[in-house]
Design a protein around this ligand. Sequence first.
Ligand code: DOR
Length: 426
Amino acid sequence: MRILVANGTVVCPVQNINEKKDVIIENDIISSIEKPGSVPSAGFDRVIDASSMVVAPGLVDMHTHLREPGHEGAETIATGTRSAASGGFTSIAAMPNTNPVNDNPYVTSFIKTKAKEEGVIKVYPIGAITVNIDGKELAEIGEMHNAGIIAVSDDGNCVMDSYVMRKAMDYCKQFGLPVIDHCEDMNLKGQGVMNDGYYSMKLGLRGIPAVSEDIMVARDVALCHHTGCRTHIAHVSSKGSVRFIRDAKQDGIPVTAEVTPHHLFLTEEAVAGYNPSTKVNPPLRTDEDIEALIQGLKKGIIDVIATDHAPHSIEKKDIEFQLAKSGMIGFETALPLCLELVRKKHVKMPELIKLMSANPAKILGIQGGSLEKGTCADIVIFDQDREWTYTEDAIVSKSKNSPFIGKTLKGKVLYTVCSGRIVYEA
Ligand code: DOR
């Protein structure tokens, strides 16, 4: 299969390209990048006129929940990867809080096999830090490493016991595996369901103070320093966390961090209508936190934008706010939402692409994030100006828990190419 992507604005941060080019794909490889209009279209199986489009490395999402095995009513590897492809992603890492939990090599192998058979993009399993993600006993990290995990995390739960976390880091360092932590002091969180502040008081909902996150980020930075194990802070939501990560990086501590689009574009005010789709963990915070997160992105304190795509069935989500599960779907809205960062001049387009492809790929040690000649043809092609309405009917994911339904978004993925195959076309 030979594909010509003609005359698009090619953005490849790795090669420092941000200009009109023709991209030639042969089988699963980018075979060359040429001057626009210099390649005759004859002899190609497919020619994509990308004149008004951006052509960038396929997006890489290092924080997703595919729910298979165990919660197939909410999402499967088949539906989740299709949803991701429609959002421009070509590689995603799947968190282990499935049922059974991915805390052993058998579940790791199951996910890899299923993804190969039924997935349309690349899926990289993340193994649990502890057995059943209950924070007590280390999982079979070495065995899972042999089976193909690319990181460990107890995401959804925080590893509260610092001794267990220290052992995990000591162990993971030997394998070069990053430890991804969901930072939340469960005692400080208590029964909280939203950010602790004016709105929690007004709405009569129990609050989760930002300090419950800050304190665990500080602990992880200290352990990262002590063990030397690469440590990645998941879904940073608070100003205090950004400060601790900033100081750690200044001291050369090998910590990295991610932020989600929802923590960048929604505040606690969004909870005011008690829409359970706005219930996420960590909770939506304040304008002041958002400002710190944006500064974090601009200054390289936060390395990655990751969705934390968290599908939930109607039975578990469309219920009383306090009882609803935490999480929102995110693959299909991530890029259009984040293009706002470019429109508002917080970051330039190549930087945004780097935050959503090259940086997460580097942290996980996987391929992706580059359009260099000879690399695997993982590509997203999008129109940064096209407006469209995100309707429930148009959602590709099996779950519909998004507070962005009904909103007009700007920026539309038109093609996603994974390993040289067109896996999504609008
Ligand atoms: O909101 C969330 N949902 N945060 C998490 O950390 C876990 C996730 C889930 O698994 O639903």
